[in-house]
Design a protein. Structure first.
Length: 341
């Protein structure tokens, strides 16, 4: 004989157990003010005891909000992206929002539009787009985002027409390169991130500017793809030059590859070679030696994104312009003055 289906707990059941009206239960479940604290606690206790779950869709229709935001992100393998996603999720939760993630498999204009359409169907209140590069098939400035009422863009070069939040890439890079020059290095070599990345482009541009302003030689950069393996391969080329005594890597993982290559080639860090990374990933302090790096405030990024999105959703007023989240240089044991010969 088939098992009897359990009857769903109703609002009336909660009201009876708590000794209040169904209207009071409704007010508590919808978060309305004006319910006496003792009564609210009694209703919540009854909900927990009975296992009552308010209908989320019905509550959303009443208050005009689904308390759900969408995040569109193309690369879930990059450490910076996953850290940004974690920060956004944590901040969203603190504001009482859930997060729906869209991670398109291809980086095309159609995939961007498709992700936005799908999120619209899922009834999100706003969207955060983590856009590390233009879509592969976009033609520069001709690319435009789908029309979305509440949108914040992270790591973008789309200009002042959107609400953009980004790490202060230039200031972070400047602190790294100036640190190495202040130690006495004649110049600073560079391992870049992938050419398509806005972050990599900004870090390379700032590196060139600092060296040029200081009247130092600007060496030919080596190119990586954010991975430790690419950092290792790039380092094999850089370290053939005996005058290379300092390297700024566009992220920490490539710095790890560089440290590995230096060890294999008999170059001691920091006695023969100083290394600075970017990100300050949790393992950076455990590298051998511990890595000097630019700290990205991913938690601050999440808070800034949600603050702008919540303001737009609550006021109905669109925001534009870029907000930069400050960085800081964390000096550890991978940098030192160059060895005197």
């Amino acid at each position: 004989m088939p098992a009897r289906r359990r009857r769903q707990v109703s609002m009336a059941d909660v009201a009876q157990l708590a000794g209040v009206s169904a209207q009071t239960v409704s007010r508590v479940s919808n978060g309305y003010e004006g319910v006496v604290p003792e009564t609210r606690e009694r209703v919540v206790a009854a909900m927990r005891e009975l296992g009552y779950r308010p209908n989320a869709a019905a509550r959303a229709l009443k208050r005009g909000s689904f308390h759900n935001i969408g995040v569109v992100m193309f690369d879930l393998t990059a450490t910076g992206n996953t850290s940004t996603l974690a920060a956004i999720s944590e901040s969203a939760s603190s504001h009482g929002y859930t997060v729906t993630l869209m991670a398109p498999q291809s980086r095309t204009t159609a995939s961007v539009s498709g992700a936005f359409d799908r999120l619209s169907e899922l009834l999100v209140d706003g969207i955060i787009l983590v856009m590390e590069s233009m879509p592969d098939d976009a033609e520069g400035a001709s690319f435009t985002l789908p029309d979305v009422e509440h949108l914040v863009v992270v790591d973008s070069a789309l200009g002042p027409d959107h609400a953009v939040v980004d790490t202060d890439q230039a200031a972070g890079t400047r602190s790294a390169v100036e640190h190495l020059l202040a130690l006495g290095h004649a110049t600073v070599h560079h391992i870049t991130g992938p050419a398509y990345s806005y972050s990599a482009q900004r870090r390379e541009k700032a590196w060139r500017e600092v060296l040029t302003e200081a009247g130092r030689r600007v060496p030919e950069p080596a190119h990586g793809d954010w991975s430790a393996g690419s950092g290792y391969q790039a380092a094999l080329t850089l370290l053939k030059d005996p005058s290379c005594t300092a390297v700024f890597c566009a992220n920490d993982e490539m710095s790890l590859g560089l440290l590995h290559a230096a060890q294999d080639l008999g170059r001691h860090v920091p006695e023969d070679l100083s290394v600075v990374g970017f990100d300050d990933i949790p393992l950076a302090a455990d590298f051998a030696p511990p890595l000097t790096t630019v700290h990205q405030d991913f938690a601050g990024m999440g808070r800034a994104c949600m603050a702008r999105l919540v303001r737009m959703m609550s006021t109905g007023v669109a925001e534009t312009g870029q907000e930069l989240v400050p960085t800081s240089l964390v000096v550890r044991a991978s940098t030192a003055p160059p060895r005197k010969h």
